[in-house]
Write a protein that binds this ligand. Structure first.
Ligand SMILES: Cc1ncc(C[n+]2csc(CCOP(=O)(O)OP(=O)(O)O)c2C)c(N)n1
Ligand SMILES: [Mg+2]
Length: 806
């Protein structure tokens, strides 16, 4: 492997030879990275790779940055940072091309095992068993995502972790921090600073005073759109001047530097690092006058939107050409020396690219050869041999086959022998099945943790009670359990709107800030996306954050980052990064268009990769928190807003009992029909069941509790096998969570065979709920609605026993 790690030592006194060597190494890297970009584009244009987005034009600032980046530091950036990744020794030329080809072997393509487009970088925080590596002894990059500015919320949390590690006593920091000296470094394109997430993060980091250094790579464009359409005054550092700290007020240190000025860049990054690392002050570096020599990506050419003058300027101020000029004019090396160096580099990149292609294509060719042999055998034993041979020949005619070609051919071949019997057919059937079993995980594994710490591995511990156990408000169970959590887990912390001083809007954290301090139980600004970002970043650095979103309806503000970042993290790194963040919120059965607390279907479908738990009371909720803390996975827990003042018995084993994940609970046994629900609506179902009993209808009620994962033991279908009827009652709209549950019951649990009546769902009206009690009554399923819906199922079955009600 060709590593191009640069010398990170910035000695104060060095010999000329040392200096020359360092500068030439830097130049070598800049040219190597550029050559990768140039060849990368060619690979796409000739069809070997699908899409390319490269770091050309941004090489020199990234080399300066890498010199200031230390072990334990984290990057949260975007697709232009290949030179930086090479400079810290985390991306070789072969790996660069492996990413472009989507090599699914994590050893060849460590960024994402081919799951992400090239240009999406990451390092491994976890070993092959999903356990933490020592992050203080390596240079770290959180895994990139494509949505512009999506790297910002997590950046905040990565930086905040240093602050927690520096100031909170009692945490085992071995794998994560040395006295909180780590900087979280962000990068973002100039145009992406137009996103709300950028501004939200910048403000929050200024408030929190965390060691975050954000570099803005400014090339004046966002694809084809010029800065004049993006940024007021066309200058992001100009408009953010008000964030500059001064004698009286904390804020940012803001630097401006030109991206082609090698010595100034080095100096700026050193100064930025010093301030941020030592003082925990956020720093912004606006790197101006950058270029984009090959245009935005392989999807188009920049000549369409840049005028001649701009193109000429870009050619002159290309950071690599400027570095070259600087080297010559300072007599560090001659033109000839550099030309020789450039020639060597061109060759080295070509050789490495070829090696990467070979590594990518060899296993596929081998798989293809296996398939061809089997097809030959099949053809020779089949009366449709000519057709099979034609398929086989079409496959071998493909010079660079992909796995799809192999499967298309072999699966089609089976159709020609559908009514034949032969050992060749059986062998091919087995081969296809095995092939799918082996290959499919390359594309589908690690949506959830596959380590021994995954959440479904945690077993239930029941709450215990004694004769002295008192009835208390539900919120007291939660509060006492959080108290136990913060005392048992020094690395646990909670933050959100009103979560600190007053102990959350429902007093579930009453008195805990006083006990555990403002860093562990804290108020935040009103900024849901970055509350989640704080949680993601801190969880990625070994802390156990609870991010509190005040109400379920406002999860919508954070849903994008939950969906794009948190939910995909394990998947997009093939299990090499994790963020076991617990998101606490409250909802269900509220009233009002923006206070309905019921948009579960949307959430469920957008955050696969995060567990979704819907406890019916606070003991169940506390039990989920205890389970999650023993596991390594993220979850959203929706507490019932109307449950905080309902009485529950206070368990004696607070902090220890655990609610299992993916397990339903039968809360009422019955013979006639299975009613499936969860959360606050479950209480209405229980009431309806009592009333139905009076009319002779005996319902079984199942509390789902855990929507994702869903009923792993398939207990619902066991109930349906007994009752032969099912109704799902949910306060979300039709087609939302009830449809999700129905799909699980019918498709995953195969309930069809046991049903004697049509499976039913009862959901809310299609509009958002109107305000007040009548608003609720006329918008969401009521006890009467549930009663009548169940009754009508029984009426259909036996109109004489259950005559029509109305
Ligand atoms: C949320 C979102 N919107 C749009 C896009 C498509 N897109 C990708 S890059 C880009 C332009 C980004 O420009 P800038 O931030 O200046 O970065 P540059 O590519 O110039 O370095 C756009 C619009 C995206 N990836 N995400
Ligand atoms: Mg730009």
């Amino acid at each position: 492997m060709t590593s191009m790690k640069i010398n990170p030592n910035t000695k104060t006194e060095i010999t000329f030879d040392d200096f020359k060597e360092e500068v030439l190494n830097d130049y070598r890297l800049a040219v190597t990275s550029r050559e990768c970009s140039l060849l990368g584009r060619r690979e796409v244009l000739t069809g070997k790779a699908k899409f390319g987005i490269f770091g050309d034009g941004k090489e020199v600032p990234q080399i300066a940055w890498a010199k200031a980046f230390e072990n334990g530091d984290f990057r949260s950036g975007y697709y232009r940072d290949q030179t930086f990744m090479m400079a810290i020794g985390e991306l070789t030329i072969e790996q660069f091309f492996a990413g472009l080809y989507a090599n699914t072997d994590l050893k060849e393509e460590p960024m994402s095992a081919g799951r992400q487009m090239g240009g999406h970088f990451s390092t491994h925080s976890l070993d092959e068993n999903g356990h933490w590596k020592n992050l203080t002894q390596q240079k770290n990059s959180s895994a990139d995502i494509s949505p512009t500015a999506g790297q910002m919320p997590r950046l905040l949390g990565l930086a905040q972790a240093s602050k927690i590690y520096r100031n909170v006593k009692g945490i085992d920091t071995t794998n994560f921090s040395v006295k909180g000296n780590e900087i979280a470094w962000g990068t973002i394109g100039n145009a992406s600073t137009s996103e709300g997430l950028f501004f939200e993060t910048i403000n929050a980091a200024g408030v929190l005073q965390v060691p975050m250094v954000i570099s803005i790579w400014d090339d004046e464009y966002g694809i084809s759109v010029h800065a004049k359409h993006q940024t007021t005054k066309e200058n992001i550092s100009e408009i953010l001047k008000g964030f500059q700290r001064d004698k009286n007020d904390k804020g940012y240190e803001i630097f401006r530097v030109n991206g082609w000025n090698y010595p100034e860049l080095i100096d700026t990054y050193q100064r930025a690092a010093q301030i941020s690392r030592k003082e925990h002050v956020p720093v912004m570096i606006h790197v101006q006058e950058l270029t984009q020599p090959q245009g935005h990506s392989t999807s188009g050419s920049h000549e369409r939107y840049k005028n001649q003058e701009r193109l000429a300027w870009e050619a002159e101020y290309d950071c690599n050409s400027q570095l070259r000029k600087w080297i010559i004019s300072n007599n560090i090396a001659t033109d000839e020396e550099l030309t020789t160096l450039e020639r060597e580099i061109k060759k080295a990149v070509r050789v490495a690219k070829k090696a990467a292609w070979k590594a990518f294509i060899s296993p596929v060719l081998q798989e293809c050869n296996e398939a061809v042999l089997l097809l030959d055998k099949l053809a020779s034993s089949s009366s449709n041999g000519v057709f099979i041979t034609k398929l086989r020949n079409d496959l071998t005619a493909i010079e660079e086959p992909i796995r799809r070609d192999i499967l298309v051919t072999t699966r089609k071949a089976l159709r020609y022998v559908v009514s034949e019997d032969s050992s060749a057919k059986i062998t091919l059937q087995h081969w296809i099945n095995n092939y799918l079993d082996t290959i499919q995980p390359k594309y589908s594994s690690h949506l959830y943790s596959e380590s021994d710490l995954n959440a479904v591995n945690q077993s239930e511990v029941l709450p215990t009670y004694d004769s002295d156990s008192q009835d208390v408000d539900g919120r007291v169970v939660l509060r006492d359990n959080f108290d136990a959590i913060f005392s048992n887990y020094p690395e646990a912390l909670i933050f959100g709107e009103d979560a600190g001083y007053i102990g959350d809007v429902n007093q579930g954290l009453e008195g805990l800030q006083e006990k555990y301090g403002e860093l562990r139980v804290s108020d935040t600004g009103i900024r849901e996306a970055t509350i989640i970002g704080q949680g993601i970043g801190m969880a990625m650095r070994g802390l156990r954050p609870f991010a509190e979103i005040q109400y379920l309806d406002y999860v919508m503000y954070a849903l994008q980052i939950m969906s794009d970042d948190l939910a995909t993290l394990q998947y997009r790194t093939k299990g090499r990064q994790k963020a076991p963040l617990i998101i606490r919120t409250r909802g269900h059965r509220l009233e009002g268009i923006w206070h309905s607390g019921s948009q579960m279907g949307g959430i469920l479908n957008l955050i696969r990769g995060i567990h979704v738990l819907v406890p019916r009371n606070m003991t169940k909720a506390a039990g989920f928190y205890n389970t999650l803390l023993e596991s390594d996975e993220p979850a959203l827990v929706v507490e019932c807003l109307n449950g905080y003042r309902l009485k529950e018995k206070l368990p004696t084993n607070i902090g220890e009992f655990k609610t299992p994940i993916g397990v339903v609970e039968t809360v009422r046994e019955g013979e006639d029909i299975t009613l499936v629900s969860y959360g606050s609506t479950l209480r209405l179902v229980e009431q309806a069941a009592k009333e139905l009993q009076v009319m002779g209808i005996d319902s079984e009620i199942i509390d789902v509790q855990s929507l994702l994962p869903f009923d792993l033991n398939h207990d619902i279908v066991k109930s349906i096998a007994k009752t032969n009827r099912v109704m799902i009652i949910d306060e979300d709209v039709e087609g939302g969570a009830s449809a999700y549950i129905l799909n699980e019951i019918v498709n995953t649990q195969n309930a069809f065979q046991y049903l004697d009546s049509q499976p039913k769902t009862l959901a809310s009206k299609p509009h958002r709920p109107a305000y007040s009690t009548d608003g609720d009554y006329f918008s969401k399923p009521s006890v009467e609605d549930i009663f009548e819906a169940v009754y009508s199922v029984m009426h259909e079955l036996s109109p004489s026993d259950f005559p029509s009600l109305r």
